[in-house]
Ligand binder design. Sequence first.
Ligand SMILES: [Zn+2]
Length: 685
Amino acid sequence: MNHDNPLLADDVLPAFSRIRPEQVAPAIDELLADYRDAIDALTAPAAPRDFATVMLTQERLEQRLARAWAPVSHLHSVADNEALRAAYGPAEEALTEHAIELGQNRALYAAVQAVADAPEFVRLPRPERALVEHALRDFRLSGVALEEPARTRFREIGVELSRLSTEFSNAVLDASEAWHEHVTDERDLAGIPESGRAVLRQYAVDQDLDGYLVTLKQPSVQAVLNYADNRGLRERVYWAYQTRASDQGPDAGKFDNSARIEKIMALRHEAAQLLGFANAAEESLATKMAGSPTEVMEFLHDLAARARPVAQRELAALREFARAELKLDNLESWDVGYASEKLRQQQYALDEEQLKPYFPLPAVIDGLFGLAGRLYGIALAPREGVDVWHPDVRYYDVRDADGRVFAGAYVDLYARNGKRGGAWMDVCRARFDDGAQLQLPVAFLTCNFAPPTEGRPALLTHDDVLTLFHEFGHGLHHLLTEIALPSIGGIDGVEWDAVELPSQFMENFGWNREALDLFARHYQTGEKLPDELFRRMLAARHFHAGLFLVRQLEFALFDFLLHLEYDPAAGARPLAVLDEVRKQVAVLHPPAWQRFPHGFSHVFAGGYAAGYYSYLWAELLSADAFGEFEERSAEQGSVIDRTTGERFRREVLAVGASRPALESFIAFRGRRPEPEALLRSHGLA
Ligand SMILES: [Zn+2]
């Protein structure tokens, strides 16, 4: 083995400063070659078919690969350069091919099946059984368990679907780029704030034009629809945007996704049936917490029945406001965002800039760690001298109540060049006990906040605070795991309609007075967040909550019904299904030419097929879990309660995917999730 290559050194923490792009290919090549040899050996006819030989070996191989790849992939995200990008691409391709090859390996599938069939299987500890069951399920879903000719047909469908989903998103992208409107008279942009105009000016500069360029990119669409006084401009942008890649609108028929939607739906249905499911909705639920299509439909309909009357009242008030204050007698689809924004400003006059001085980053971090300490008895302390990729990065040891270090976290908070935008938690090391050695979990926590300036700490918006709490929630899920099998520990393998539970759960504290008082103090005066400001913050949080919910419900129901009720004889009928859904839940009815499905990339080009409901589902779980803390606070006097926190840690955070998420939820809450919690968190109870 080449010990000069830090990617092969198997260090406890990666030696970031010694990693060079030219080391990536040799490391990955060597690791993949070893991996293949080891799989060949374990699937050899004479090899034993027990848990340690078959399952633990795979976990060990996966971890060895992950120890090399996690730092490379992380550097690619946070400290990118041309040489690294050039090394990253081919290595990632090799890893993808390797993963597909493993998923299609019938000998490996048979070996895992043999472990499950052995008489001693029932006596294995629950996490070990869960690991085997997950592996078998994934083999089945990848089609490897099928017999010919179904097996070949299933593979063909997979290739075809991946081509179609790329074509679908390309069509949306091409249609978005094909349309723009050049504006030279600034008066046409009246109402759009300076930040929005700057974006439109930049689009013009990019095209060597003077003035402004209105495009169909997100920031442009939002600036126009929410702020432009010019109603004609709003209508044209709405028309172009809501007919992208369809048979309608300014480029009608040119990028049309209609035929692709038909093919995608037909192939998904066929693939689901090959695997033995009645339809693609059922197949989707095989990896989710929701037990059956009926459960999903009841969840969505129940929510709709409660949210719709609120949305109707909100819409009536909005219409009245638009008539009286904005002289808009008919509130059209392209007026809704604009009128809402005006109403919001009138009602709350809440400016993010007013709040920022109360959220200096160092205090927010201290408050967040202090909160985790009071809830779970853990302490995070910076460790100096850890090899990092940038001087801004801090490494923290995470200690339990007994003082023992059980995890670690890299925290990298400021935006800079070469760093991908957004915020996320990623795994550096997973908790793993291979029988000889215990590897402790380590997380990467990455944000893109505005850095401090001369003499002033970094000040966060309240949204930033929620983002930080959210990602830290994912982090706790990873770090507090007690499962030592990485494929089912932490966030790995958790049903994906439940994986956002710990993250969204933490966000609740960002709206809680008691938690805010731990850190929200003016960075100059030390004054607590004033009550009056806090009240306006809470009121603005629930502004148009009903309208927001019915729109989410419309998307979720459309997606789910489309997959659930697909009938090969009738075809996909996306517009008819959407119409049906709107009759049930919507309060706003867009014009007949609107073509929302044709740009719905989440569902037709992303991973959300028959899964869009997950957003609402996970939100319900997190709200209901937080409800337990609220109820206990009546007895304990505090929502930040250690006893409840310990139970949440033990029953939800610690168990990973070693048991179904529903079982974990019930173990913590004492009952199944109840929809009231979601309504309460939206202020609709
Ligand atoms: Zn998340």
